[in-house]
Design a protein around this ligand. Structure first.
Ligand code: SF4
Length: 432
């Protein structure tokens, strides 16, 4: 039976044009109806060299539904190659051409010998959301562009983490992960953001291993790369925020990469010393404030819901009420992620619900007794319900409408401090 989904937290798979856009000088070419890119035009931080308003699009209409849209796709790709200077062209298909059976892959294959690479990702909305679309784009690059090589670079690590733009902190988080990996003496390789792009894409098959920092998004990609390039992978299932999780992360990566234990511990010690120096300066604020209650709820995708829960329990000593994962996590990953929510310090376990319906989430939040002001971290949708409960609200997940994020981040030791600043800024400003 059809059901109504209230307050959806993701876009359709075609939203993966944001993944393409995050690759420097990569251009999405849309084979879709004219309105499909429009939904991204109001997102912040996505203007620049290419933006959703100027992505080439076949703008297919009723006539193309009847006679097929492959001719239009062919001319759109050909003209894009002629007039738009990009390093990589990624054709993304929407619902209509896939329903009417356009063979977009065949059209793209005509450009095999083009000067610049052209690949194709099937991203019809009915196939899933933009988390799946993100995986499709990476798969397309791996399957259709990259080649297996015997050349391997010792210490080169491909890092995969957040879904760009869906997570507003993607750029800063990736840079933090790069920094941490470099401190271990390894060479990070990421493909998203400033001065990365095609050169870094070309290095992917040369890496010693893939590092996936995510509960589930990207797992199929690193498995594919293991099969195609023989690149092993380390799946680290949560974004490390704060000292406890970041130190664990460094130890696990160090062990996997064969970095000397003394070196890993030296890196950890330097970070932890400064981290706890900062924490101790504000211990009175944590212990004596009367407005950050012990119980909290996170409403976010699996990446943030898990990462923030671990941070708030392990580093700040807060107690989890129910946590909500809203990214429509595929069922085969849910048990494993549920187990991760139980691996918290002090023997604490968090209950988690995989729920995409905002109405149901809010009903549960409203009826839970937080024993004081609830602390809610989530999408902008949670602002009103938190205000009605006289709680404290921080907008950390999509949709983000009360902050502008350039390259801020929550990952790593520094990211943990930034998150504490944001939470306690709310606390101290509450009675101003
Ligand atoms: S669901 Fe289909 S028709 Fe709607 S925006 Fe996405 S690709 Fe376009």
């Amino acid at each position: 039976m059809a059901k109504l989904l209230d307050k959806q937290r993701y876009k359709c798979a075609l939203g993966a044009m944001q993944t393409v856009q995050a690759i420097d000088r990569a251009l999405p070419i849309l084979h879709s109806g004219p309105g499909c890119a429009q939904k991204l035009s109001e997102s912040t931080g996505s203007s620049g060299y290419f933006s959703p308003n100027i992505f080439p699009c076949t703008s297919i209409n009723e006539k193309d539904v009847v006679f097929g849209g492959v001719k239009k796709l062919d001319s759109t790709i050909g003209n894009a190659l002629k007039v738009i200077d990009a390093d990589l062209y990624v054709v993304l298909t929407g619902c209509i051409p896939e329903i009417v059976g356009d063979d977009s892959g065949e059209v793209v294959s005509r450009y095999e010998d083009a000067e610049k690479p052209v690949v194709y990702a099937p991203t019809a909305g009915f196939k899933g959301n933009n988390y799946k679309g993100h995986e499709q784009v990476i798969d397309a690059i791996v399957d259709q562009y990259l080649k297996k090589t015997d050349k391997k670079q010792k210490g080169l690590v491909n890092i995969w983490a957040d879904v760009p733009y869906q997570d507003l902190f993607w750029l800063g988080n990736l840079r933090q992960l790069e920094k941490l990996i470099a401190e271990l003496g390894l060479t990070p390789n990421t493909i998203f953001g400033y001065k990365r792009g095609i050169e870094n894409i070309n290095k992917i098959p040369e890496a010693e291993f893939n590092l996936l920092v995510s509960p589930w998004v990207g797992l199929s990609n690193v498995k594919k790369m293991e099969k195609k390039f023989g690149t092993p992978y380390l799946h680290y299932p949560n974004l490390p925020i704060g000292a406890t999780e970041t130190s664990k992360f460094l130890r696990e990566v160090g062990k996997f990469a064969g970095v000397a234990e003394e070196k890993v511990e030296a890196v950890i010690k330097e970070h932890e010393d400064y981290y706890y120096y900062l924490i101790s300066r504000y211990a009175d604020l944590f212990l004596e404030n009367r407005v950050i209650n012990k119980q909290f709820t996170v409403v976010a995708d699996a990446q943030y819901s898990l990462a923030v829960t671990k941070f708030l329990v392990n580093d700040l000593g807060l107690i989890p009420a129910k946590q909500f994962v809203v990214d429509d996590t595929p069922k085969n990953h849910r048990d494993r992620i549920t187990e991760e929510f139980k691996k918290l310090n002090f023997g604490i376990e968090a209950e988690v619900s995989f729920e995409t319906d905002g109405y149901k989430i809010h009903e549960e939040i409203k009826t839970h007794d937080y024993h004081g002001y609830p602390l809610l971290l989530g999408g902008y949708y949670e602002k009103e319900v938190t205000e009605n409960l006289k709680g404290n609200f921080l907008n950390i997940s999509w949709p983000v409408q009360d902050k502008v994020v350039f390259d801020s981040f929550y990952a790593g030791y520094e990211g943990g401090i930034r998150l504490i600043e944001d939470i306690y800024t709310i606390a101290v400003s509450r009675f101003n």
